[in-house]
Design a protein around this ligand. Structure first.
Ligand code: AGP
Length: 608
């Protein structure tokens, strides 16, 4: 969950590296650094504690001439955020500079061996070990020295390195951490993620695990465990605006308002010309679908809430039993997973280590794995048997919003597809659901137009310190998601609960200062939700309902109502989550929180 950049070309590296880091700041922002190899073959380095604003100030007064260099913005895993622990890390003589994203699991023993060989360490990080390993292995060829060093590393890494004595070479390698090469005219860019250099090029190559990249002024070569690898260039259709704020105050707000388009884009490539669902990457035929005995869902955070919704969908539309597990707990279950199971891994980044570990565990046990992922070429897409892509575009805000609603859209498609293959969904029901799916983007726009009502709500309850969110059936995952959104960007305490569970304990928390958000669209559990609202009101707690527009009853008994248009029962979650996203955003803004970079969090958690 750090951001890495590298550059070799004809521009001053300092500016190019910083520009890339600026667009990777969401990956980590507690310290940063840049190293440039100067024409006089001196290594110039600037490292700071703090986010990239601090780095920008430091660079203004730093002389860093040169057209080759590396950069890093950090989210601390080993060692506190200090200048010594900031990347790039140098070898003993300051000739080799390295940036790293990941965790070197055997760094302690390596460090001790290197220290006993006379190496002097400056930091507490695992990453610095790499610089000293390369130094130990260096015989005049940086690529070869890195290759020999990699053999000794255990754990996850995306590494970029330069050597003062080879001012026209950058080397890189990856295992379990993302790294992408951007190719320009006579220049090459390295980054942890595509948005870093979308303004410089649209042509990218994704490095695969255990591949080593060597770049020089004439081009680049990729070498895998079995020798040279042919490059696999892809043209990325994300324009740079998609990675910028586009006029909104924050990335998060922009991404909340991008949701109708994101859902539309996600649905667009899931149907064939006859209107039948077509998901080629799914590697499932009718026979395979009928042979399925169970679905196991693994995910984390917001993606877990999308998986929780999917549980209701797979049961309802495909008549399949579903196990759902928080990915980090998955391995502790003695879950007997067999080839008759379909494991669905949900991860917008495709790099979350907990979920990747779940995928590997499932595959080790013989299950087929489908990944629901937003980032093309991410690690999970290369480890799963099949992939369903969401097309949310880059999500820069740490809090997941558009990637969540697109994950739900993908789950509707997957559940309906399985239901059709298994003969569980009639043509009439299929047509109705698909019609409602296609209408969702327009209905989402209607919800987004109601932001003023949400702002009024946020102003009314901004001084409260505890919130409860409750829902039933497919409203329950949305209650969980609403609570997570509020707590992760406003730092207020919030909990999501099945509404029926309130009387088993949480209702003791209620008083006039504990607002309760009730997900109460007109559906099969509406009457029971009304009862829960009345129980809540009887304890003096204010109730904010998310309800179907035109419902006269709800307005009578609730303190505030946030309206959504009518849709079919199982599709309400895509609409009812939007007011909760906006509520979390508005409360956080009123509290002066940094909604795009909440404290203690990073966009992608690539450590376990
Ligand atoms: C959600 O707002 C958080 N950013 C976090 O819970 C996130 O959903 C979780 O870390 C999973 O990330 P992934 O979808 O990239 O796997």
């Amino acid at each position: 969950m750090c951001g890495i950049t590298g550059y070799l070309g004809n521009r001053q590296a300092k500016e190019v590296l910083f520009s890339g880091l600026r667009r990777l700041e969401y990956r980590g922002y507690d310290s940063a650094g840049i190293c440039v190899v100067s024409p006089t073959e001196e290594m110039g380095c600037v490292r700071v504690v703090g986010n990239l604003d601090v780095m920008e100030d430091a660079l203004e007064s730093a002389e860093l001439p040169g057209t080759i260099g590396i950069g890093h913005t950090r989210w601390a895993t080993h060692g506190a955020p200090t200048v010594e622990n900031a990347h790039p890390h140098l070898d003993c003589d300051g000739k080799i500079a390295v940036v790293h994203n990941g965790i070197i699991e055997n760094f302690v023993e390596l460090k001790h061996r290197l220290q006993s060989g006379g190496h002097r360490f400056r930091s507490q990080t695992d990453s610095e070990t790499i610089a000293h390993l390369i130094e130990e292995q260096y015989r005049g060829d940086l690529a070869e020295a890195l290759r020999r060093s990699l053999d000794q590393l255990e754990g996850a890494y995306a590494i970029v390195a330069v050597h003062r004595d080879e001012p026209d070479v950058i080397v890189a390698a990856r295992r379990d951490s993302p790294l992408v090469l951007g190719t320009g005219d006579g220049e090459h860019f390295l980054a942890s993620a595509i948005p870093a250099y979308l303004d410089m090029t649209k042509r990218f190559v994704f490095l695969e695990d255990n591949e080593l990249l060597a770049i020089n002024r004439d081009g680049y070569t990729i070498t895998g465990p079995d020798g040279p690898v042919s490059p696999r260039p892809v043209e990325v259709d994300w324009d740079i605006d998609a990675a910028e704020k586009g006029g909104y105050e924050d990335f998060m707000l922009k991404e909340i308002y991008e949701q109708p388009r994101a859902v539309e884009d996600t649905l667009a490539d899931k149907f064939d010309s006859s209107g039948e669902i077509e998901v080629e990457e799914l590697c499932l035929d009718p026979e395979g679908a009928r042979a399925l005995r169970r679905i196991v869902v693994v995910a984390c955070g917001t993606s877990f809430h999308a998986g929780l919704l999917a549980k209701y969908l797979f049961e309802r539309w495909a008549s399949l039993p579903v196990e759902i597990e928080i990915a980090s707990e998955f391995r502790y279950r003695n879950l007997v997973v067999t080839e008759d199971d379909l494991v669905v891994a949900v991860s917008q980044s495709g790099e979350t280590m907990d979920t990747l570990a779940g995928v590997r565990e499932a595959r080790r046990r013989g299950a087929r794995v489908i990944a629901v992922v937003n980032v093309v070429g991410s690690q999970m897409t290369r480890e799963a048997d099949g992939v369903i892509y969401t097309h949310a575009g880059p999500e820069v805000g740490v809090a997941a919003t558009k990637t969540f609603t697109t994950q739900m859209a993908a789950m509707y498609v997957l559940a309906m597809y399985l239901g059709r293959l298994r003969g569980e969904v009639t043509d009439e029901k299929y047509r109705m659901i698909v019609s409602e799916l296609q209408a969702l983007p327009r209905k989402m726009e209607e919800v987004l137009a109601e932001r003023d009502a949400v702002i009024a709500c946020a102003e009314k309850y901004q001084h409260c310190h505890d919130f409860l969110f409750m829902g039933r059936s497919v409203g329950y995952p949305i209650a969980m998601e609403g609570a997570l959104k509020l707590k992760e960007i406003s730092y207020l305490h919030a909990e999501g609960y099945p509404a029926g569970e309130m009387k088993h304990g949480p209702i003791a928390l209620l008083d006039k200062d504990v607002p309760v958000v009730a997900i109460t669209p007109r559906n099969s559990v509406y009457d029971k939700m009304i009862s829960n609202i009345q129980e809540t009101k009887a304890r003096g707690a204010p109730v904010v309902a998310v309800a179907t527009r035109g419902d006269p009853e709800i307005e009578e008994i609730c303190d505030d109502v946030l309206w959504v248009p009518e849709t079919t029962e199982m599709l309400y979650p895509v609409l009812t989550v939007i007011p909760l996203q906006l509520l979390a955003y508005q409360v956080a803004k009123l509290r002066g929180c940094n909604v795009d970079q909440p404290r203690n969090l990073a966009k992608t958690v690539t450590v376990e």
